[in-house]
Write a protein that binds this ligand. Structure first.
Ligand SMILES: C[S@@+](CC[C@H](N)C(=O)[O-])C[C@H]1O[C@@H](n2cnc3c(N)ncnc32)[C@H](O)[C@@H]1O
Length: 256
């Protein structure tokens, strides 16, 4: 007899579920795409639905959830912008959370992981890869529609500045979710991780109302998950900065 599987949806993002095991809790996302696994993650089929294990050792967002992230999460039907998508490990889970009606614009500048991201998008129809440098968002404005939320994991010294320029250009306005996976090792040697966290928090707090950050050790050493909601005033992108027309958006999604 198949054992009954009890999955508890996360109220902030119902396509994210917790599975209570005897000795631990697993996180899973309801898959938008089909098998095979994206990065070797386990799949679980319950009735008509397929769920993918969201591994904290592989994804900083999952690690943040395990470590108690209380901030905003992607939810069904929303459009998000993802900076530093690499080959799509976390991006595939974010796309799962957005669901088939949502949309994820996934920016990556390195051709090699981008090729894998493109292949993934063939199976994940709500994932829209963009080959571009996140430091120059005007260069991809024609391929990215207004977004409700922003997730960034670029591992660069100026990661907060990159978030800010993209938030100003693409986010819908005050209250928009902003989530940053901060890699302190990319921020130079003048400070220790706590010092980098403090500096990044100060910079981010100038335009985001922050929730408490979480430390991602032991899953990702020297990393933190930061974010909250875009502040009113610093807020919504000026309309003049949005060259995207509704007609141009759906098909013109790839730069390469
Ligand atoms: C830590 S990895 C991202 C891992 C990925 N987010 C995940 O969890 O599956 C950082 C990625 O950001 C990309 N990146 C770094 N700087 C970038 C930039 N300026 N624009 C776009 N992508 C960038 C790198 O090429 C790399 O693939």
């Amino acid at each position: 007899m198949t054992p009954r599987v009890r999955l508890v949806p996360e109220p902030r993002s119902p396509r994210l579920v917790r599975r209570e095991m005897r000795d631990r809790t697993e996180l899973l996302t309801e898959a938008v795409g089909a098998l095979p696994p994206v990065y070797g993650e386990r799949w679980l089929h319950v009735g008509e639905r397929a769920y993918r294990q969201f591994e904290p050792g592989r994804s900083k967002l999952s690690a943040g959830l395990v470590r108690g992230w209380t901030g905003p999460l992607p939810a069904p039907g929303e459009s998000w912008l993802y900076l530093g998508a690499a080959s799509g490990t976390t991006a595939s889970h974010v796309a799962d959370l957005l669901g088939p009606e949502g949309r994820l614009y996934a920016v990556e500048r390195s051709p090699r992981p981008f090729a894998r991201l493109l292949a993934l998008a063939e199976r994940w129809p709500n994932l829209l890869p963009v080959l571009a440098d996140a430091r120059a968002p005007r260069g991809y404005a024609a391929w990215v529609g207004p977004a409700l939320g922003l997730y960034a994991d670029v591992a660069q010294p100026d990661q907060v500045a990159i978030v800010r320029t993209n938030a100003e250009l693409f986010l819908e306005g005050a209250g928009a979710p902003v989530v940053l996976a901060l890699k302190t090792a990319s921020m130079g040697r003048e400070r220790d991780p706590a010092g980098h966290l403090e500096a990044a928090t100060r910079e981010l707090a100038s335009f985001v109302d922050l929730v408490p950050s979480v430390r991602l050790d032991p899953f990702h050493r020297g990393h933190f998950l930061l974010g909250g909601r875009l502040r009113g005033g610093a807020g919504g992108p000026p309309r003049s900065l949005r060259p995207v027309t509704r007609a141009a958006r759906p098909r013109a999604r790839r730069r390469s």
